[in-house]
Design a protein around this ligand. Structure first.
Ligand code: 5AD
Ligand code: SF4
Length: 445
């Protein structure tokens, strides 16, 4: 068989994404950018000419995963000397040049503000040059460095409205690796969504580390509530979601949107992190348990039946039995539809990394197990409460189980049901027949 020189054949990109939705969104941009220099996405890493890991460093476990994955790709590199290996995202941002030294077979390190430099870096790597680019680029111009994502006709899409975070919660690495908060221009966001609606998108999720402070630092821009009201006016968009909210920054204006905008879904992700005032203050969260519960009550009043989900950290330095008991109690009062919970993980460079962390690993694990078992019961009870009801479901596509469609309720529960693929993109009535731990099963009405 004739050997085809690399320039004459298609080049393949294998992209692995770790962590949050922000990384998923960045990965879409990476695919777009690299398409322009001839790389097509492949699902088979052994076929790749270029492998990129888009990394997460929110907890040490996430970071370790990156290093073990890099170890695996070392083997592929030894089989194919031309293979280019790149690391982006939060670990890359944190480590910069050091990562090139630590991992001698790595070619490219690019930070969270440097996606636009990637094509150039890949070209250089094709000629054997290794490089690291992790400078933060501040100012409004940064967001305009990204090309508009060539959105397909997906029913539900994420739209980045802001990047970075200024909150500096004591445990959190995000402000250190994603930089200062910056909002996109409202006009750009709205025109992007209008374009998506024309191509068939029916649901948008506005995305940012702290969407509630959208626009507040850029003069002349809409604030988040006003942005939601404008998105709701776009024809074709039937559902609007947003994530993530900071409880301190939920304004009465935003809560009013839940009363006024039928397109706004009946779900909010509102991470409390702890139910103890003492710990919330050590975490630098800027609200008390009472403030949090008052906002939850207003949300429930504005939108009866709203599904509230959250994040919780156990074993933060100094958390005692009483603090933990308050967390469990808060969970009961809020009655979360679902909850993501984590053992505190010290992140280098954050304020809490300096705190004395005296609680043993075992106690932390016990607290997490207790919290999770209580929430599991609550989540399942909530699931069972839907059995027999009729839910409006936006059909997103075929479910992983063959022959069924999948979609979500306004409250963000996954519903699978038998049906024809012509229903994709439509909101249909589904009667719920069974509740599983992570989804509901129903039939079309
Ligand atoms: N340790 C454990 N959990 C963390 N989170 C953020 N930083 C840490 C940390 N250092 C959790 C928070 C946040 C979610 C995305 O991850 O609950 O809301
Ligand atoms: Fe991290 Fe706090 Fe910012 Fe969320 S609000 S990204 S937890 S610093």
């Amino acid at each position: 068989m004739l050997h085809t020189p690399p320039s004459a054949r298609e080049k393949y990109l294998y992209l692995e994404t770790f962590g949050c939705q922000m990384n998923v969104s960045d990965s879409e941009k990476i695919v777009d950018l690299l398409k322009e220099i001839g790389y097509r996405l492949t699902q088979d890493s052994s076929q790749a000419d270029l492998i990129i890991l888009n990394t997460c460093s929110i907890r040490s476990k996430a970071e370790h995963k990156v290093y073990s994955q890099l170890g695996r790709y070392r083997e592929l590199k030894s089989l194919n000397g031309d293979l280019i290996l790149g690391v982006g995202g939060c670990v890359a941002q944190q480590e910069g040049e050091r990562l090139l030294k630590k991992v001698p077979y790595l070619d490219i390190v690019f930070g969270t503000h440097n996606l636009h430099l990637l094509p150039e870096m890949v070209r250089a790597a094709e000629t054997g040059e290794r490089s690291a680019e992790v400078a933060f680029i501040d100012g409004e111009i940064r967001l305009d460095l990204f090309p508009a994502v060539d959105a397909g006709a997906e029913v539900s899409r994420f739209v980045t409205v802001m990047q970075g975070c200024d909150n500096f919660c004591a445990y959190c690495i995000v402000p250190h690796v994603r930089g200062r908060e910056i909002s996109r221009r409202s006009a750009d966001i709205l025109s992007e969504i209008r374009g998506m609606a024309k191509r068939g998108t029916r649901e948008v999720t506005l995305l940012g580390q702290n969407v509630n402070s959208y626009g507040l630092k850029s003069s002349g821009e809409l604030d988040f509530a006003a942005l939601l009201r404008e998105v709701a006016r776009i024809d074709g968009i039937e559902r609007i979601r947003f994530t993530t909210s900071h409880p301190r920054d939920i304004s009465p204006g935003l809560i009013a949107c839940f009363a006024d905008l039928p397109k706004l879904c009946s779900h909010i992700h509102l991470p409390a992190q702890s139910g103890s005032d003492r710990i919330l203050s050590l975490m630098n969260r800027g609200y008390t348990r009472g403030d949090y519960l008052a906002k939850v009550a207003s949300l429930k009043e504005a939108r009866p039946g709203i599904q509230i989900t959250g994040d919780m950290i156990v074993g933060f330095p100094g958390e005692n039995e009483d603090d933990f008991a308050q967390t469990l109690q808060l969970m009961e009062e809020v009655d979360y539809a679902d909850l993501f919970s984590f053992i505190y993980s010290a992140r280098p460079g954050t304020r809490a990394a300096e705190f004395d962390d005296e609680l043993g690993r075992r106690e932390k694990q016990e607290r997490l197990a207790m919290l999770q078992s209580q929430q599991r019961e609550r989540t399942q009870k909530r699931g069972r409460s839907f059995v027999g009801t009729c839910q409006q479901v936006l059909v997103e596509g075929n479910s992983k189980r063959g022959g069924q469609l999948t979609g979500r309720t306004s409250g963000n529960r996954v519903v699978n049901f038998p049906g024809d693929c012509t229903l994709v993109g439509r909101v249909v009535g589904v009667r719920i027949a069974r509740a599983y731990p992570n989804s509901l099963l129903g039939e079309l009405i």
